[in-house]
Design a protein around this ligand. Structure first.
Ligand SMILES: *Cc1c(COP(=O)(O)O)cnc(C)c1O
Length: 385
């Protein structure tokens, strides 16, 4: 049976994995080595130096390729290092059309590093894909989107945008971090590059920082491999081992994240001290229909606005949390709470933040895999304040 034809849950365990020839180890060993002995001049066993390739990284990259239904996968030292590798495909004068609802670190990299190097960025609301066409010209090289977005969980119609990118022969990149490959596979929807902060759901245990890219096209893969090797933002073997270990339980974790998120979202929606709830699984969410068509379930992140919509109200709530830790990041087994206005979006002006809907009273929850009754009790108690 070919491992390419496996169903998704089986791919998580077996996809891209090859038996260990040395001792039959079931788990790919951690090749904690910088270099590899050569048999003679120019003769090696497939690896020379761990920046250009390491067997632990290769095992992870084959797994990522399999679970994103692509042909080539690349692991990076962080999500931003993966994004940076994509940006290095561009030259001065090139133009990028990017979603305006964008991870803060991506926005910073685009506007504070690459814009100064001569790449032009157009930020638009890609919630309406028709906003893209008027901006496309011969200099346009890339369209950048994410779905669901951080922290308001807007949903972007990946297929519709892929139709435009293909028509104009522009690369479409989808940051798939919030969905994970379990919920959404952008390459199958027509994207050219799928990007992950593997720090989040892929790693899944809040114990590593890593990025990933998966593509189908071989010439694009060759360019990305050259950039990965030539610029060197690669993860170490131990982190690759941890990420591969995390992938094996991705389906089980995501099922529980989504189930718990649903209960929390419904609880929040009915709570008198909550003004607004953002979760794509709610019928009230404007992206619910598209999310249903392009995702398997609706994800483990729930955002909500507390009554008063003020920073003081948020302070009272988060100080009462016992299970939810106040922390950046998401996608781990434990529940976290974040305050986007002072954390991920703290560098923006209040006006710019509020224009995109990130008000002072917004709390973003990364729902973990604990018992949902305990999570709801924790939130209920905190909201009493
Ligand atoms: C965290 C995150 C990133 C950046 O990844 P790092 O691993 O922190 O470098 C990019 N995009 C999204 C949507 C993220 O949540």
């Amino acid at each position: 049976m070919s491992k390419d034809n496996l169903r998704f849950n089986s791919k998580l365990i077996h996809g891209g994995q090859i038996p260990d020839k040395a001792f039959g180890a079931i788990v790919p060993p951690i090749y904690q080595t910088s270099t590899f002995k050569q048999d003679s001049l120019g003769v090696n066993k497939g690896y020379e130096y761990s920046r250009s390739g390491n067997p632990s990284r290769a095992a992870l990259e084959r797994s990522l390729t399999s679970i994103e239904s692509g042909n080539f996968g690349f692991a990076f030292a962080s999500g931003l290092a993966a994004i940076d590798a994509i940006m290095k495909l561009l030259n001065p004068g090139d133009e990028v059309i990017s979603a305006n609802n964008l991870y803060g670190g991506s926005h910073r990299l685009f506007t504070q590093i690459y814009q100064d190097k001569g790449v032009k960025f157009h930020f638009v609301d890609v919630g309406d894909p028709n906003n893209i066409s008027p901006l496309i010209n011969d200099k346009t090289k890339l369209i950048w989107i994410e779905s669901p977005t951080n922290p308001l969980l807007h949903i972007v119609d990946i297929k519709k945008i892929a139709n435009k990118s293909k028509k104009h022969q522009v690369l479409l990149v989808v940051d798939n971090t919030f969905a994970s490959p379990y919920l959404q596979r952008p390459l199958a929807l027509g994207a050219d590059i799928v990007m992950h902060s593997a720090t989040k759901y892929i790693g899944g245990h809040s114990d590593l920082v890593m990025g990933a890219l998966v593509v189908s096209d071989e010439s694009l893969a060759n360019k990305l491999y050259f950039i990965q090797k030539a610029t060197g933002a690669v993860p170490g073997a131990m982190d690759c081992f941890l990420a591969l270990r995390g992938i094996k339980t991705l389906a089980l974790r995501m099922e529980r994240h989504c189930e718990n998120a649903r209960s929390v979202a419904l609880f929040l929606e009915s709570h008198p001290s909550v003004e607004k709830v953002y979760w794509p699984g709610l019928k009230s969410h404007p992206g619910h229909g598209i999310a249903t068509s392009q995702m398997k379930d609706y994800g483990g992140v729930v955002s909500f606005v507390v009554q008063d919509d003020s920073r003081e109200a948020v302070e009272r709530v988060v100080s009462k949390f016992e299970l939810f830790s106040l922390a950046e990041s998401l996608g781990g087994v434990e529940s976290l709470a974040a305050h986007p206005a002072s954390m991920s979006h703290g560098a923006m002006t209040k006006q710019a933040r509020e224009e995109m809907g990130v008000t002072d009273g917004l709390i973003r929850l990364s729902i973990g895999i604990e018992d949902k009754e305990d999570l709801i009790a924790d939130i209920e108690n905190a909201l009493k304040s």
